[in-house]
Design a protein around this ligand. Sequence first.
Ligand code: 2U9
Length: 338
Amino acid sequence: MPAATTSLEEQLHALKTQAPSDFSAAADADALEAVRVKYLGRQGSLPELMKLLGSAAAEDRGRLGKLANEVKQVVQTSFDAQKQKLESAKAEAAAGLFDASLPGRRRKLGKLHPLTQTTERIVTIFQNLGFTVAEGPEIEDEWHCFDALNTPADHPARDLQDTLYLQDGRLLRTQTSTVQIRVMETHKPPIRIIAPGRVFRRDEVDATHSACFHQIEGLYVAENVSVADLKGTLEHFFRELLGPETKTRFRPHFFPYTEPSFEIDFSAAALGLKGKEWLEIAGCGMVDPAVFKSVGYDPERYTGFAFGMGVERIAMILHGIDDIRLFYQNDSRFLQQF
Ligand code: 2U9
């Protein structure tokens, strides 16, 4: 028997015992991989020995080939077994971290912001009366915010002190009346719309003022609309919003875009509010004929009423909130109460 062949046979036998013992000594995936490369990799001991089979003596080749296959099987099996063992040990360790007796993680449920809830309540009452929601841009021009609303160039509201202007002369709308002007410019009467949205004023922020707040304005234009329609509609609205016992009071006031104009108070007692007997809650009036002229409506044919209210103010009254800044702080201790 030639020496080289004996050596190949010996080497195969050595491999058969050494490889399984090396595999079972591998303590983690990295070590296991190193051992796999050493024995089974492209330049590993087993493929190298397989290559030598071709040069073995013809009479030994069958026997050695059989042995080589046997060794290959043993090496592969011991690798598979160790791999399985390491993987299940890892899974067990991970399972050990799971404590089924711990309380579950409570999922935090979000809800609508109190200002959104208030807006939705107000909008729904008017939708039930046949009003439609209208929206418009927050960046406006002087025409839609002031001129079309009969607010002259020297009116204090147009002052830099009160309105936020952009470099190019445009401005942040100070009221959502701008939306109603836009709707009248593109639609003929009858008009029955409600315009909720953000408005901006150059105000010092305190417990009752914010430079950005929410408003809802409404507009009804048709033939023969009277102050009686205005009063009937808004009295119904406040009874729906604040309760059936609610009393309202219309005090004469002035707005550039309505004539006559009123401020509306409601009977605070209806909400169980002590202290003041009447609380101011909104403004309203009959649309000034000058406004109709600026949108191309015939003021002899059409009349209408308009009203406006601050959403923050209404939410504060409804929930007894004493600081407007609470609405904007996103503190979940405040928000989760609604
Ligand atoms: C058009 C014509 C007239 C809307 C009106 C008020 C009275 C009003 C204030 C309440 C508190 C604004 O949010 S607030 O600061 N609004 O008092 N708004 S009448 O009158 C209009 C609207 C559109 C074309």
